[in-house]
Design a protein around this ligand. Sequence first.
Ligand SMILES: Cc1cc2nc3c(=O)[nH]c(=O)nc-3n(C[C@H](O)[C@H](O)[C@H](O)COP(=O)(O)OP(=O)(O)OC[C@H]3O[C@@H](n4cnc5c(N)ncnc54)[C@H](O)[C@@H]3O)c2cc1C
Length: 491
Amino acid sequence: MAGTRFVDEVRLRDPGGQRVQLTVIGAEPHTAYNRVLLSSVLAGSLGLDAVRLHDSKWAERNRVDLRLGRPVGEVCVEAQQVRLAGGERLDYDVLVLATGAIPWFPPVSGLCTGDGSLADGAVAFRSLEDCRWILARAQRGEPVVVLGGGVLGLEAAGALAGRGNPVTVVHPMGHLMERVLDPSAGQVLAEQLESLGVRVLLNAEATAYRPGRLELATGGPLDAGLLVVATGVRPDTRLARTAGLGVRAGILVDDQLRTSDERIHAIGDCVEHPLATSGLVDPAFDQAGVLADLVTGTDPGARYRGTRTVVRLKARGIELTALGESRLDPNTRDAEVICLRDPSRGRYAKVVLRDNRVTGALMLGFPDAAATITGLHDSGAPAPSDRLALLLGRALPAEPTVLDPAELPANTLVCRCNSVTKAHLQRAFRERLDLPERAGVAGLVASTNATTGCGGCRNLVGEIAHWLAATDGSGVRGIQQHRERNGSLLR
Ligand SMILES: Cc1cc2nc3c(=O)[nH]c(=O)nc-3n(C[C@H](O)[C@H](O)[C@H](O)COP(=O)(O)OP(=O)(O)OC[C@H]3O[C@@H](n4cnc5c(N)ncnc54)[C@H](O)[C@@H]3O)c2cc1C
């Protein structure tokens, strides 16, 4: 996804290709797709075709020499060449590594074959092919075990339970999603999942696998007609390592996304940068934009300065958003922490503030508040003084406007699943000026795919569509009427 976004960003700055000639080499056989939406495909809310990012004419339209299904086997730094599978060599002036991440498998006896791939009946959840395979294998009623209670494991579990499979999640830690949730939130989440038919085993260690059966250190064995292994990913550094580039956990890059060889850059899940969180798409897209500025010469001063990330669980019947210092102990004296626990209704909310700004939050079962609080976190705007109302998604009318579409910065990420910003929606509106449904949400959705992931941005896209219609896309006329009609989105 980082590589594709980089190409799109380059062509925005250099549409005719006068400054940059582009060759894209992909190991996967198909054109780019939105990996983030694979959970929705598994859940059945999107078809496989809906995740495609490009049509078959994209490469031609964008003057891209596209080579699919041909992994790069070697980077020859001295010769400034890459060698493709099959032996062909290509010269480069600038090389961008966007090799992503590869699933990591725990040392469970029988889980992996001699070549490191998974044994029969077990599958990772990373690619379109994995998704296809799971859908084919998980016939209704087939018992499924998901190894790993992180975001991906739980999204797979929720999706398959929704399809009628008995699902058990096996998680080695004391609570779910321990990297972003505190223990209380983890407990409420586990109860929520159980109520949706997902069995959750915590502190559970898988010891041995053979097709159809997973052994645990205590309890078990479990029937596993299908075993989904979602135990984490590691940056794919294989090419970089063999090329002799600087690598620790990921490929080391500086603020210009340069590796230890200044002609080679790296972006996305494969990199290690002090301010980047790996495994999330927003940092990858920010890096792609910075690198496009540099490579096209549009902004030689562009630098990557980190990304405010948000983690959302895309699972049927569960609304979970975590951002910033979400795990902070509610009893800390360092920061202002407001917490609300309502386990019988499957709800938990925590907001962390420093100097009156949101620096972290955990929102389980509070979708309205989650949208507002995410907006406050992204914009760095001051929080309303009535903290409880904020937590409940009911900040008072007297509070200042925070998410007025007119005042949102153009680069505000509106649809995180499809990485659609306010500027993308404005552009889509302008491009559809002659079409009958130009002013409506449907038109914007058709052009950008916004709202088609988890759907959490539906209200905001609606507000922006109204605002664009009221201002005829200029963002100037009618703003006052819009405010009078809608007031603040906080309300
Ligand atoms: C099911 C699922 C749901 C997700 N949900 C979210 C979410 O809600 N929010 C979020 O922020 N993130 C989410 N992610 C993570 C997100 O998809 C990644 O952060 C994002 O894809 C990173 O982009 P990337 O380009 O760095 O890596 P990738 O998208 O993995 O792309 C890397 C590409 O490089 C190719 N490649 C590797 N080696 C070579 C080679 N030698 N030659 C040629 N090609 C090569 C790979 O085949 C792959 O196609 C999700 C991931 C999955 C799997």
